[in-house]
Design a protein around this ligand. Sequence first.
Ligand code: NAD
Ligand code: FE2
Length: 395
Amino acid sequence: MAQKMDAFSAALMADKREIIFAPTVYKFDTFAAMAEEFKLNERDVVLTNEFIYTPFMKDLGLKCQYVFQEKFGAGEPSEEMIQVMYDAIPYDSYDRVIAVGGGAIMDLCKLLGCKRPDTVHNLYFKRFPVQHEKDVIAIPTTCGTGSECTNISVAIVKDEKDGVLTGGETKLGLVSDDIIPNKVCLIPDLIKTLPYKPFACSAIDALVHATESFLSPHRKTMTSELFSEKAMDVILKGFKLIDEKGQDARFEYLDEFVTASFYAGIAFLKAGCGPVHGMSFPLGGTYHVAHGESNYMLFGAILDYYDEKNPDGEIMRFKELVARILGCEAKDAIPTLNALLQRILPLRPLRDCGFTEADFKAFPLSVEANQQRLMTNAYYPFDLEAEEAIYRKCF
Ligand SMILES: NC(=O)c1ccc[n+]([C@@H]2O[C@H](COP(=O)([O-])OP(=O)(O)OC[C@H]3O[C@@H](n4cnc5c(N)ncnc54)[C@H](O)[C@@H]3O)[C@@H](O)[C@H]2O)c1
Ligand SMILES: [Fe+2]
């Protein structure tokens, strides 16, 4: 099976950089320590959620402008939400952007750091240039996306095929090194308030980043592999801890989880994510399943597909690594991993989120049209039939 290659994917593969480590990275014990270091002031816009502001920022009495994401609508960024945000935060009202939240807030803040586009739709369909203009400080409050260090901003957009709106929606990543945040601050304290389910979804997302980067056939490098391996090691040890001691055990391991998700972000910034993300994007776009969970729904089936098609390639090294951490034999690594994840978070089938019979054909077509950057990173190639078979297996 040959994977057809679009010009953008080809350009990513031609990138000769060994690793892209763009932001300056800090670790702080508290938000207050970060605010002191960066002298937050009235020309800073802090995009966050009210439920993060209240426990961590309210009492500090800082002069910066706080804006709450929930004002623009709940859930993952969409074309409409981004436009409402642009209207609510006048471009000349700030010099610096502080993102304190999950991947959605990170991705929104990357846009606030850039020149305002004519329309959000044109920006995501590359008809308006991405141009960095204001510094962004990214502070994650989930432990998954790695968005604090990546060059991607993901949004739910009106789907297009050959330049024509299809009437549906999908998720699309806007990719440009111009949107990599300038500074990253890791503050594990901020993850304390994250409830268990979004915590688990985001940690699984980070594990998927590390895995897809590790298995990325063309774009991974020795250095990206180092970050993938370390991220997998730390996250899987954390999952073992939770499996043995219960959900609250995560509180003693938050520093490790937030650091590992950052490592996984560094890994996939160079090596790229793959079909787990590519095939989950229409799921997030159509049925608004949370990013980490939509990846999780497909992850096990895609690993099984790889292992069935080419068990002795790079996936053997992945299985050996997982087996070492989980204490099983390499041949049992993927089922043992899937069983562990099932105990961390019970897996929902696709039918649970509204997936219909028509989607078995429509989703692969949307993936082929819009997710080539991710599908070309497959460890073993996909075609429409293979994609349909995965969706059917997860149904
Ligand atoms: N740019 C990238 O490189 C990249 C990579 C992966 C995912 N993404 C995007 O990131 C988003 C997913 O990010 P996510 O998994 O962090 O989810 P999220 O940002 O949607 O957050 C998940 C939920 O947890 C809440 N939350 C976040 N931090 C909290 C805290 N400390 N306490 C209490 N509640 C908290 C949020 O308000 C939200 O309801 C998606 O939009 C996805 O497309 C971007
Ligand atoms: Fe992800």
